[in-house]
Design a binder for this molecule. Structure first.
Ligand code: HEM
Length: 592
């Protein structure tokens, strides 16, 4: 039995105090929350009474936790029954396990084949088995994606595990918030990602990319003239320096040689491949345990668990947090010191975070721009890998760049040049279509909803299904991968890398389908209120880096090329054979 008192704290807040607690005939009195209530209800008992009270409070916590778990289990049982009934007409693969359902088949580094199988066998809407006997929908139907990501985006929110995981990893940035708070943050950040602001950043982009060019040139000039280079690291370092200078006004890396790499780029390279191994637990266990105890208590528990990947992620988060603290303090100090100090900073105060701060908008240290360099490094490295395997496309692109550069008397391209070079644009689009770095996103219905379909599917009972009733709590996996290579929309050659497809009119079926993506009939950067805010930044970065490198260097496959395998992590990453550490060797030499 609990007795509760109301008490006012010195800062005017009202708190509920447990003043006595009866358990197994024993009574503890006058509980108070240490420190907070020193002025209103101090502990007056002896130390041993205090100890007893602490023990009783632990019982109370356990009672509370058990009651909560039983209630959640019962509620989930009811939801599951309803979901089973409503979704029973949607076909899908059998479940290999009650505990994990099809989860591990959909989310693992080698899941490409399973995603292809789902599309071929069940079409653009299917039912999967989720963990603990739950149901999940898997879709790439254009109208269904429009409904889930755009029209009913308030119903289909990010999964709790995604938000909780991002909160722990990246803090309260865009990826860690929901609803009103997310919309507010997004509105605040939109102007700094506008085309006008991107245009101003072009000189910074070229400055950084020329450093990369010099480093590779110096290496080749020192001999031998053709060398195998781990290009993923160089792309990661360049992407980090670009987001550092243009996004945060901070220089991480002088990009001179292998030794000068900042440890942050290594951390970020390892983060996503490690996270995919924890994803099941992040999405299906973390939401239920993240509220237990204090942050310090949870840290101690994590330390005690014999779990290498979890410890690795914890260390990486700590490191990233330390670096972001350092950058944030530096920015605050420069702003407080006035305009001169700001002008002396990297990016001269034109970086995204300084612009936010100067405009008196609340930009917290949590508004880090995701660890986006990892997505960009994947995109840029993939383009170079494909060009190395397609020498004719590489030569065609180089020719376009050399001719355009000639017309500019060798000066760097402008924003307009970069947006209008047709083959460069076609290579970027085609790579982002066929090899999307982010392959799926998941959402969870926060209330019952109807998901309409553009193309009806055949239900288990043989009838045509035009819409799906998704009960509250249904998880929906949106397949970016299958939408971007849907042969019904892109044609029979949808699975081939053909930049030329972008140089002629796109198929009528694709245009009529109205793909809800923000970019070029693709879902690569998603659509709706949670689409990628940095997609223009990413386009520009890609074009600056690829145009500079392809003009000056020749790329060919490494001797290990046949062993290179792109893992389907949260963000795709190349590895060699069974080695889990991302890397992409490629042969390079100077043009001419
Ligand atoms: C090839 C490169 C990139 C790809 C494919 C990509 C893709 C995506 C996708 C699919 C999402 C939605 C994630 C979800 O809802 O689960 C997203 C969100 C986001 N992206 Fe990107 N991104 C890229 C580069 C960038 C860059 C360069 C930036 C910043 C400079 C950026 C900033 C963000 C942010 C802040 C979000 C969260 C948006 C929100 O929740 O409102 N991304 N991105």
């Amino acid at each position: 039995m609990l007795n509760v008192d109301i008490c006012s704290t010195s800062n005017g807040r009202t708190e509920l105090l447990i003043t006595s607690y009866r358990c197994s005939g024993r009574i503890a009195q006058a509980a108070y929350i240490e420190g907070l209530h020193a002025n209103c209800n101090p502990w007056q008992g002896s130390q041993s009474e205090r100890r007893n009270f602490d023990i009783l409070m632990s019982y109370f916590n356990i009672h509370f936790a058990i009651t909560a778990l039983v209630s959640i289990a019962f509620w989930r049982f009811l939801v599951r029954r309803k979901s089973k009934r409503l979704l029973s007409n949607i076909s899908g693969p059998p479940s290999p396990s009650w505990f994990k359902g099809n989860y591990q088949q959909v989310f693992n580094p080698d899941a490409w084949g399973f995603h292809e199988f789902l599309a071929e066998k069940y079409g653009s809407m299917s039912r999967l088995h989720g963990p603990y006997g739950t149901n999940t929908l898997y879709t790439f139907d254009p109208k269904a994606m429009q409904s889930v990501l755009v029209k009913d985006q308030d119903v289909f929110e990010e999964e709790d595990g995604f938000i909780k995981g991002n909160l722990l990893i990246f803090g309260e940035g865009l990826l860690g918030t929901l609803g009103h708070q997310h919309r507010k943050q997004r509105k605040m950040l939109n102007p700094v990602f506008s085309a006008a602001h991107m245009r101003e950043m072009i000189p910074v982009f070229f400055e950084v990319t020329h450093k990369l060019e010099s480093a590779l040139k110096n290496r080749l000039q020192a001999g031998p003239s053709t060398q195998e280079v781990e290009i993923l690291s160089w792309m990661g370092r360049t992407a980090l320096e670009l987001i550092g200078q243009a996004g945060l006004g901070y220089s991480f890396d002088p990009l001179t040689d292998e030794e000068s790499a900042h440890p942050y780029s290594q951390v970020i390279k390892e983060l996503f491949p490690t996270l995919i191994r924890l994803q099941f637990w992040q999405f299906n266990v973390l939401p239920y345990v993240s509220w237990i105890g204090t942050a310090g208590f949870r840290r101690r528990i994590v330390k005690m668990l014999p779990w290498k990947d979890l410890h690795h992620v914890q260390d990486m988060i700590d490191y990233m947090y330390g670096v972001s603290e350092e950058i944030y303090k530096m920015k605050i100090n420069a702003l407080n010191a006035g305009d001169e100090a700001v002008a002396l900073q990297i990016g001269r105060g034109n970086d995204l975070i300084s612009v936010l701060m100067k405009e008196n908008m609340k930009a917290s240290k949590e508004d880090r721009l995701r660890d986006v360099e990892v997505i960009d490094q994947s995109g840029m490295a993939r383009i170079l890998h494909l060009l190395s395997q397609h020498p004719e496309a590489q030569q065609k692109l180089r020719q376009e760049l050399i001719e355009a550069k000639h017309l500019k008397d060798g000066h760097d391209f402008s924003y307009e040049d970069l947006t209008t070079l047709p083959y460069l644009d076609a290579v970027c689009r085609e790579t982002l279509r066929l090899y999307t770095p982010v392959t799926t996103v998941t959402r969870r219905a926060r209330r019952d909803a109807i998901i309409p379909l553009l193309r009806p599917i055949i239900g288990m009972d043989g009838t045509e299904v035009h819409e799906v009733a998704a009960p509250n709590d249904t998880t929906v996996v949106v397949s970016i991968f299958n939408s971007n290579r849907n042969p019904d929309l892109w044609g029979e050659d949808a699975g081939e890398w053909k930049p030329e497809r972008w140089l002629s009119p796109l198929p009528k079926a694709l245009l009529e389908a109205r793909i809800p993506g923000v970019y070029s009939h693709l879902m690569t950067f998603l659509g709706g209120g949670r689409s990628c805010i940095g997609f223009k930044f990413s386009q520009l970065e890609m074009k600056v880096v690829i145009s500079t490198l392809v003009e000056k260097f020749q790329f060919s496959p490494s001797s290990n090329d046949s062993e290179i395998f792109w893992q389907m992590n949260g963000v795709t990453a190349p590895v060699i054979g069974k080695d889990n550490h991302p890397q992409l060797p490629i042969r390079i030499s100077l043009v001419n």
